[in-house]
Structure formats: structure tokens, C-alpha cells
Design a protein around this ligand. Structure first.
Ligand code: AVJ
Length: 322
């Protein structure tokens, strides 16, 4: 087995600098806002893994079913030599694609790309062990700010699964899709997973589960600020809020201060006042209709070739090319 390579384009120090500037900007303005990317320290990543197993959180299972059914077809249609996976995390579902591409004997390298160096190391080691004939090169980086540094190639597929594109606002999505299209050559591919608009009660339950795991996941961002920035958020005094925004067709996750309070962020020399009931936005998770997926891909210069949904039409995986 060849040793997996790791290209570090984003260090702990970069992450720290970005957390500081995000926290300062997000907590000084109105309404208050913290980016969902700060959920994912070790505990946050573990809580997210637990979310994927909740009865209410259908997305991961739906996407898995879709890929189980379509992976061979995807491999045959695209015959790529390089698979790039953005936000790869544990790369579990990617194995379905790797297995199909291996059967097809075209795949030469796998490039998982993630901001978390620790998650990436674990994933690259595991994949390199199980797929010894594939070259594994991990990239540590924040792909939302562009794909500059994407290893060159001419027969690549970028996979962005899990519905994570829903965390971006429409303008950010357009910019992101444009940067992916710019990084790719004609004939190369994008495989995109998006959650679909559905009954709002089901959506809200998926983000406000009965056992409270999502609430813990949401509050975890305050633990991150307490630890990394010497803040003194009384974490348990923030309530988890999940709301369906019918106009924008996205779920909004927030943390609501249950009393008036003043919080200090020692490392930033910043104090932040909260009114009772004041909320911090921590995430949007946009839900799509297939026409919108097509329109946004089209606007970014992609051609949608095929898409697959699960039986309940909860989720869609789309295959597009430049
Ligand atoms: C990892 C961004 C796809 O939006 O459903 C799960 C994160 N937040 N529960 C999502 C999440 C609350 C998740 N993504």
C-alpha cells in the first residue's frame, strides 16, 4: 500500500484566525450570526454522526439508498480517473462510488478535501488501506472559498454530497458552483447531493429531534467559543430553535438566549449583550426542487445529465458536466 499524501492548505492557525474574525463580526452585528462551520470540532463531528442515525433525520439514509442504486451507472457514464470529494468527513458513503469505479477499472486517484485535518487523516488512512490500488491524496482546505489548488487532471469528478451545499446562501452557492465549474475542464463532472422541499413538519422534526441530539449539536458551537476564545456563554441557557422559512425554502437553526445576559469573549476583548429571547443564527439548510437544482447548475455553466431520487423523493443526487 502506498502511504496517503496530505496537502495542507489550511492550518490550525488559519482556522483560529478565521474563527476570531467570524465570531467578532457575527456577534457584533444584528441579527447575530455564527457560521455552521464552527459546529465541527471533535464533539460536534461526533454529534453530527449521531444525527445521521436519528429516526427523524432521513437525509443520510436516503442518499445512501440512492447511491447504492446508482453508483454503477454513475461509474459507467463518467469513467473518471480522479474522484474529488468535498467536505468528505469520514468518506463513508464515498465507498459506494469507489467500489463501483473500482469495478469499472478507470479510477486512479481519490482526493478527499476537508477543513478538518484530523477527520481527513482518519479517512485517507482507512481508504488507502482498503483501496490499495488507488492513489489517495487528501487536501486540507476550505473549499467554499474556491478550488484553487485542486490537483490537475483531465478526467475528474467532484462529488459534493450530503446536502451540505444547502448551508450556503443563494449568492454564495452561485459563487461556489462557479468556482467549481472554473476549476474543471470540459467533459469533467460534478456529482451533487441536495435535500428536497417536503412537508414542513417533517423538515422541522429532522432539525429538532425528540432526543435532543440536534439541540446539543447546535449548542456545541458555544462550547467551541468558550474553549477557543475564552468566552463565558452559559451554554445551557440557550434554547435550540429550528424553523422552516417557507419563503426562502430553507430551515433556519438558531440559539435563543432564555434571559438577558452579557457574555464576554476574553481573547477578543469583546463583550456582547443579549436581550431576553434574542437569537443567534447558526445555520441555514436550504431545501431544493429539482428545477432549482437544474437552474442553478445551468446558471453556473453545467449541464445536468441525470438525477436520481429515493422512493419517497426526499433527496436527489444530480450528475452534471462542464
Ligand atoms: C451536514 C449541512 C448537511 O444541513 O442537514 C444537521 C447539518 N444541521 N442537523 C444539514 C445539520 C443540523 C447538515 N449538513
Amino acid at each position: 500500500m502506498s502511504q496517503p499524501e496530505l496537502i495542507v492548505g489550511f492550518t490550525e492557525a488559519d482556522a483560529d484566525r478565521e474563527l476570531r474574525s467570524d465570531a467578532r463580526a457575527g456577534l457584533s452585528g444584528t441579527p447575530k450570526w455564527l457560521s455552521p462551520k464552527w459546529f465541527y470540532d471533535a464533539r460536534g463531528s461526533e454529534l453530527f454522526e449521531r444525527i445521521t442515525e436519528l429516526p427523524e433525520y432521513y437525509q443520510t439514509r436516503a442518499e445512501h439508498r440512492i447511491l447504492r442504486r446508482s453508483a454503477m451507472e454513475i461509474a459507467e457514464m463518467t469513467e473518471v480517473g480522479t474522484l474529488v470529494e468535498l467536505g468528505s468527513g469520514s468518506s463513508e458513503k464515498t465507498r459506494l462510488l469507489l467500489d463501483a469505479m473500482r469495478k469499472n477499472e478507470t479510477l486512479e486517484q481519490f482526493i478527499p478535501w476537508d477543513v478538518s485535518e484530523s477527520a481527513l487523516r482518519a479517512a485517507t488512512d482507512a481508504i488507502a488501506l482498503d483501496y490499495p490500488e488507488i492513489r489517495v491524496r487528501g487536501v486540507v482546505g476550505d473549499f467554499t472559498s474556491g478550488l484553487a489548488g485542486l490537483p490537475a487532471g483531465s478526467d475528474r469528478m467532484v462529488a459534493f454530497l450530503g446536502g451540505t451545499i444547502g448551508n450556503l446562501l443563494p449568492a454564495e452557492r452561485a459563487e461556489f458552483l462557479d468556482s467549481v465549474r472554473t476549476a474543471l475542464h470540459p467533459g469533467e463532472w460534478l456529482l451533487l447531493g441536495t435535500d428536497l422541499v417536503k412537508d414542513s413538519d417533517r423538515l422541522v422534526r429532522a432539525y429538532d429531534d425528540a432526543s435532543g441530539v440536534t439541540a446539543e449539536f447546535n449548542r456545541n458551537v458555544l462550547h467551541v467559543l468558550n474553549r477557543e476564545l475564552g468566552a463565558d456563554f452559559p451554554v445551557e441557557e440557550f434554547a435550540h430553535v429550528a424553523r422552516w422559512n417557507a419563503e426562502q425554502e430553507w430551515i433556519e437553526i438558531r440559539l435563543r438566549a432564555t434571559r438577558a445576559m452579557r457574555v464576554s469573549l476574553r481573547e477578543l476583548g469583546l463583550t456582547v449583550d443579549f436581550a431576553e429571547g434574542e437569537e443567534i443564527g447558526t445555520e441555514i439548510s436550504a431545501k431544493f426542487r429539482i428545477e432549482r437544482v437544474r437552474d442553478e447548475l445551468d446558471a453556473a455553466g453545467f449541464d445536468l445529465h441525470r438525477w436520481w431520487t429515493d422512493e419517497a423523493e426526499d433527496f436527489v443526487v444530480s450528475l452534471a458536466s462542464v
